[in-house]
Design a protein around this ligand. Structure first.
Ligand SMILES: [Zn+2]
Ligand SMILES: [Zn+2]
Length: 648
């Protein structure tokens, strides 16, 4: 038998018979490793312990200490174990597919009766039995004929359909968890007992069409989450509860910020409170942009398809565009326009007016650009995922040599803004050249180096995502972590030599000849709508004072205090604080409760004692104690707190 050499992470090379499995390799190193092993990495590929290795390779053995493969296997094995449990309890249920997803997995079943919460409990208990049985996991390659015969005989029409979908030249791999079998690419654990029995939970059931096709049967999708240990599961469940409490749709109602309605799906009706947050944030962003050398522009909403054809959107993005047809006078056929889904092509139109010289570059052109994109109704989510939104968009026109310094400048700009808005944890992702791309390797080297150097120079090391860039250039993405540990991608910096080319943008270089500028598409917040949703959830509605839409309510305890209440409101308003009076004939506790639900950060209660002493009784949101302050002192304190962080 021929020999192969396997290289270990420490550089050691060992020789084995070709066809050796990682399980045997682990055994050869140490029986304890063989026992702890869960899978292997073979030349960077996640490899089942049972799969043979036929040629020289780099190898490492994974154990539960290796988070990424461990979590993938836990979730993937649980999908199989759940399907087995369901069929053991209800043998008539048909199985389909069950992939791993964020934090867990789901599996789609065809069953006439809906799964109830009690059913989920029963399935969980059965899953634990299967785990505790430590049933071996086996795998085999089957012929198509055998697989079809097996599934037809067992009455599994969905599996038969799946087998037919797999290309003729591909192996069909089968996996057994005990006696239960599923068609699967793997890899999997050695035995069911490697799944932690106390670190998973079935969370909910939802309907899902077979293959996502609304003309096919509606299936029941059971979702589960799983982790390496009970503490991680507990932390996740707490996070979900916390997320539900912070849901911006719920807080949006309680704080009277906005609403949505059927006649305008995915578009926001901003109420005065919500619009106050929006404009406060926009004013802040506008000041930052001015300071950083941006010019602000505004471009049309309804734009002829010719421009979208030239920009490439008509070809590549049309299904996401709202089309507007108009009977233009004198035109023989309808004129076809689209609502702008992006601002970039319009910004190039502004750049293209008048001759530009290298001395004009860089041009940083910003727009609070309102865009419309068609999103399927199922994808819409409050104000976080919408059809109508406004980006804090800008395009920087520059030379390739300026890309690095402009990128660095933008990263510093964004860092200050995130910090001002209360997000101190964020990271940068650098996506580099994909397999299918345009442009020479030399240009790609320069573009990638420019973005990478910019991150390092700004002091923010990047995570590398090889192959994830656009077909024309690399990009940076900025991911925020919120107060309950969720990640939100908000900022982007996309380098682009392509659109200036398509829309014929040029400048006169130092050499007197015409050159193409590069464009940097960049956004910091992403869209105002989504970012405000993130802000609301991050702060659980208790926004920083300067962003709080209703900053102070001055509440009377007795009606004789009303004139002083009005005086206090006026003093605060003149000092730049958003203050309102509550002189309703209600008990003070009732008023405090109501405004606390509305997340008003400060309530000033005024009775006759306060009137006589010209003081206020201060109650801050989330605190039960009150303190007495003089009118002058509270006005001074709150007017300072009302200043946006950049104006302090
Ligand atoms: Zn599988
Ligand atoms: Zn753009």
């Amino acid at each position: 038998m021929s020999q192969i050499s396997l290289t270990f992470p420490d550089g050691n090379i060992r020789h084995f018979d070709a066809g050796v499995t990682p399980a045997q390799v682990a055994q050869a190193i140490a029986p304890s490793l063989a026992k702890a092993a869960i899978s292997a990495m073979v030349d960077g590929q996640h490899w089942d312990l049972q799969w043979p290795i036929h040629s020289d390779a780099r190898i490492s053995i994974n154990t539960m200490k290796d988070d990424v493969p461990a979590l993938e296997l836990i979730r993937h094995d649980l999908a199989h174990i759940m399907a087995r449990a369901v069929q053991e309890i209800w043998p008539d249920v048909k199985v389909t597919i069950g992939p791993v997803r964020d934090y867990g997995w789901f599996y789609d079943f065809d069953r006439a009766e809906p799964f109830t919460p009690d059913d989920l409990g029963q399935i969980e208990a059965k899953m634990k039995q299967i785990i505790n049985a430590r049933d071996p996991v086996r795998t085999e390659i089957w012929s198509r004929a055998d697989a079809l015969a097996y599934y037809e005989q067992r009455g599994e029409p969905y599996k038969v359909e799946l087998v037919h979908k797999i290309p003729e030249d591909q192996d069909l791999r089968m996996y057994w968890h005990g006696d239960w079998q599923d068609l699967c690419r793997g890899p999997h654990f050695q035995h069911t007992g490697q799944v932690p029995a106390d670190a998973f939970k079935l969370t909910h059931v939802a309907g899902a069409y077979w293959l996502g096709d609304s003309t096919r049967p509606m299936l029941q999708r059971i979702y589960g989450v799983a982790f390496k240990n009970r503490d991680d599961l507990k932390a996740h469940m707490t996070m979900l509860e916390e997320a539900a409490k912070r849901d911006h749709r719920k807080l949006g109602r309680e704080m009277n910020l906005f609403h949505m309605q059927e006649e305008a799906p995915g578009q926001v009706f901003w109420h005065p409170n919500g619009w106050t947050i929006y404009t406060t944030l926009q004013d802040y962003m506008r000041r930052q942009q001015r300071r950083d050398g941006y010019v602000e522009v505004n471009t049309p909403q309804v734009v002829n398809r010719k421009l979208w054809e030239a920009s490439g959107h008509w070809e590549n993005y049309r299904e996401n565009m709202f089309i507007v047809e108009v009977d233009e006078e004198g035109a023989r056929e309808k004129v076809v326009n689209a609502l702008k889904p992006m601002n970039c092509p319009c910004h190039v139109q502004i750049f293209n007016v008048g001759l530009k010289s290298y001395r004009d570059l860089p041009i940083r052109m910003a727009e609070f650009g309102s865009c419309a994109r068609y999103e399927p109704s199922g994808a819409l989510h409050g104000i976080m995922r919408v059809r109508g939104f406004t980006q804090d968009d800008a395009h920087i026109f520059c030379t390739l040599d300026q890309v690095e310094s402009e990128s660095k400048k933008f990263i510093e700009f964004l860092a200050k803004i995130y910090s001002d808005l209360g997000f101190d944890k964020w990271r940068v992702k650098l996506s580099t050249r994909p397999e299918k791309r345009v442009g020479s390797d030399e240009i790609w080297d320069k573009m990638e180096a420019a973005l990478a150097n910019a991150c390092m120079a700004a002091g923010y090391p990047y995570e590398l995502f090889p192959g994830e860039g656009a077909f024309y250039a690399p990009k940076l993405e900025f991911v925020l972590t919120d107060a309950i540990g969720r990640d939100w991608q908000c900022g982007t910096l996309q380098l682009d030599p392509n659109l200036p080319e398509r829309l014929d943008a040029s400048y006169i270089g130092e050499d007197g000849a015409k050159h193409r500028p590069f464009m940097l598409h960049r956004a910091c917040l992403g869209s105002f709508e989504r970012f405000i949703g993130i802000l609301i959830e991050n702060h659980a509605g208790k926004l920083p004072f300067w962003l709080a839409p209703r900053q102070v309510v001055v509440a009377s305890i007795v009606s004789d205090a009303d004139p002083f209440v009005e005086e206090v409101v006026t003093a605060l308003t003149l000092a730049g604080v958003r203050a309102e009076a509550d002189m309703r004939n209600e008990k003070i506790n009732y008023k405090v409760r109501e405004h606390s639900v509305g997340k008003v950060p400060v309530i000033l209660a005024i009775g006759m004692k306060e009137v006589e002493e010209r003081t206020v009784s201060v109650r801050r949101l989330g605190e039960t104690r009150t303190e007495t302050m003089t009118l002058d002192a509270i006005v001074a304190e709150l007017s300072a707190a009302a200043l946006p962080p950049d104006l302090r």
